[in-house]
Design a protein around this ligand. Structure first.
Ligand code: SF4
Ligand code: SF4
Length: 220
């Protein structure tokens, strides 16, 4: 009995490829190369090099180099979104993030980093820290002019060096920053509405209790 897998195979000789002139593919490739070369002299979009450093190529919004920390408002340290939860530190593959949680005199967490360092000479630009952060705090920067002769002093970024404003984020990655800002605003509004509802309920409960107490006192 014929195997079921072979029953649908078409009968007859296999189809032969259409005949083409030998070398036609090579000629087509050379034509594309020649077109690009000639157009690169007069078409701006074909010019693949710029006169760096006088000129700079526009970088893609998806380009990522090293991370930065976002802060709200005008005070970088007070407005830092980072809560020092250490998720990014634990997930960083080469372990180049170092965080120390800030605490008050009683040892209570202040939910902010006392130390937040990234050794960018070790960072491999993977972006995992930005993906796992639940507090919209860390994003990938597009800054690339970082060459230095001081490997330890200049490539160990502390929180002051890593801090960037929301405006910077919006300029660098407009779509991402707008989406984050809208989500944070909606979350804030939800939180305020929940707080207002809680306060209204507490007030109504208190009034009901006072009314019941008054009624009981009047009955006695
Ligand atoms: S980009 Fe990757 S390697 Fe660099 S700090 Fe973030 S998680 Fe670590
Ligand atoms: S950057 Fe984000 S994930 Fe990393 S410690 Fe701060 S809040 Fe946590």
């Amino acid at each position: 009995m014929e195997h079921p897998a072979t029953t649908s195979r078409p009968s007859g000789p296999p189809p032969t490829a259409a005949w083409t002139l030998p070398g036609i593919g090579l000629l087509k490739g050379l034509a594309v190369t020649a077109t690009n070369m000639i157009q690169s002299y007069y078409r701006k979009d074909r010019m693949t090099t710029v006169q760096y450093p006088e000129e700079r190529a526009t970088i893609s919004p998806n380009f990522r180099n090293f991370p930065f920390l976002v802060y709200d408002g005008s005070d970088a340290m007070a407005g830092m979104r980072c809560t020092a939860c250490s998720i990014c530190e634990n997930e960083c593959p080469p372990q180049c993030i170092y965080i120390v949680l800030d605490r008050d005199e009683n040892g209570k967490s202040l939910k902010r980093p006392k130390v937040f360092d990234i050794d960018v000479s070790v960072c491999m630009n993977c972006g995992i820290c930005a993906e796992v952060c639940p507090f919209d705090s860390i994003y990938m920067d597009g800054e690339y002019e970082l060459s230095t002769s001081d490997r330890f002093g200049d490539l160990l970024f502390n929180k002051q060096r890593l801090a960037r404003s929301t405006d910077y984020h919006a300029q660098l990655r407009p779509l991402e920053a707008a989406e984050v800002a809208a989500r944070r605003k909606a979350d804030e509004e939800k939180k305020l509405a929940a707080q207002a509802a809680k306060e209204a309920k507490a007030k109504a409960d208190k009034e009901a209790k006072e009314k019941a107490a008054k009624e009981q006192a009047a009955a006695e």
